[in-house]
Write a protein that binds this ligand. Structure first.
Ligand code: FAD
Length: 370
């Protein structure tokens, strides 16, 4: 049985970031991942590196998000170096379009509220200001304005995930996909049993399994409440530049494709399907923003499931009664990647989570963790 300093259970966006972050700090790391049929939000997301609207009512999450945005350019440089190509980060500002006066006024209220919670650079732009920001952009007549956050941006999430895996490989860490974890024997070391009969021993473990987290955390007696929230996406053919800045439901990638998203379906169904009604609604709204999209060929549509906590904020903890066993879950692991690979990994190695996440403890859901 191989022995490691840290075993991360879950090789999605969160587990890969934590695993790589620990490996870059010299730890002997294994990342254990599920099989091909596993639900993987990491491979179906929208790619925003985003603070707008994040942490409304939870300043600690807003601050954690802002810290990640500040650290993202350095992360992108490292990921691009690992990949030998641009990982696609463009962090020149992000928009939330408002169609019609009612949406604009509703957005004004959100912006004012977030201002009071420290989002100092978030502001509302009217149509004229929007066109000055993006000269030549052919916006639809229904666009009245947008909220604008200069620190927001987007990236290629599949490149980010691939970069983490390349980094793990380059540092000699073990990346072990293909078999779910089915049992954890507590103790130092923890002994992790996998569905293929193999076992791994580790002094510390991190449970970061996305929607699989409640089941794996329960192996150590921890209750992590999560539900799936579906998001549907459409991607077009490569198109000439038409949208210089990403928006919360529409972005043009560095390759020219336009990604249109993204629903928030909280219906309890744990299946990542697409529906014609949602795809039609998303496409219709995108065409209202950018009328030129009406002629674009749609290449692919997909659904994926976000791991959502009861209040929508991330949760990080060391599990009560199991020193060295940590759990981490969030629905914005692209945005927070720089924190997960940075201060969170550092805290896990030190055996003490960063102070910045103290309020993000799952005990707020009344779980037995400390
Ligand atoms: C439609 C959509 C749009 C999104 N857009 C954005 C966005 O714009 N910006 C942003 O920041 N975030 C976005 N997200 C969220 C982001 O993708 C997730 O936060 C992130 O993928 C969660 O990472 P994770 O590692 O926790 O889960 P996942 O990425 O789902 O990975 C979980 C992993 O755990 C493994 N696993 C599960 N059970 C076990 C087990 N028993 N043993 C071993 N391995 C196991 C699975 O195989 C899987 O690989 C979006 C998500 C969706 C669905």
């Amino acid at each position: 049985m191989e022995a490691y300093e840290i075993a991360v259970i879950g090789g999605g966006m969160l587990g890969s970031a934590i695993g790589w972050g620990c490996a870059t700090r010299g730890a002997r790391v294994a990342v254990l991942d599920g099989g091909d049929t596993a639900l993987r939000a990491a491979r179906g997301n929208f790619g925003l590196v985003w603070s707008q609207g994040k942490g409304d009512g939870m300043p600690a999450y807003a601050a954690w998000t802002r810290a990640s945005l500040a650290a993202w350019p350095a992360l992108a440089d490292r990921i691009s170096a690992l990949l030998g190509r641009d990982c696609g980060l463009r962090q020149e500002g992000g928009l939330n379009f408002c169609l019609g006066e009612a949406e604009f006024e509703a957005r004004r209220a959100v912006v004012n509220r977030l201002h009071n919670q420290g989002a100092a650079s978030l502001r509302l732009l009217d149509r004229k200001e929007l066109l000055e920001l993006m000269p030549g952009c052919r916006l639809g007549d229904a666009v009245v304005g947008a909220s604008y956050e200069p620190r927001d941006g987007h990236t290629d999430p599949l490149s980010l995930l691939q970069g983490f895996h390349a980094g793990l490989h380059a540092l000699g860490a073990a990346h072990l996909p293909g078999a779910e974890v089915v049992r954890i024997e507590p103790g130092r070391p923890y002994v992790i049993h996998r569905a293929d009969g193999s076992r791994v021993a580790a002094e510390k473990i991190v449970i970061a399994c996305g929607l699989g987290t409640p089941r794996v955390a329960a192996m150590l007696g921890a209750h992590i409440p999560l539900r799936p929230v579906r998001g549907q996406n459409i991607v077009t053919e490569r198109l000439p530049p038409m949208l210089p800045l990403p928006a919360s439901a529409i972005r043009q990638t560095v390759h020219g494709t336009v990604q249109i998203g993204v629903t928030q379906e909280d219906d309890g169904d744990p299946t990542p399907f697409t529906t014609t009604a949602h795809l039609a609604g998303m496409a219709a709204r995108a065409i209202q923003v950018l009328p030129d999209l009406a002629r674009a060929r749609a290449f692919r549509a997909w659904g994926a499931l976000r791991p959502m906590t009861p209040d929508g904020f991330p949760a990080y903890a060391e599990i009560e009664g199991h020193p060295g066993a940590f759990v981490a879950v969030c629905h914005s692991a692209v945005t927070l990647a720089a924190m997960h690979a940075g201060p969170l990994a550092e805290g896990i190695l030190a055996g003490r989570l960063p102070e910045a996440v103290t309020e993000l403890h799952p005990s707020r859901f009344h779980v037995p963790a400390h």
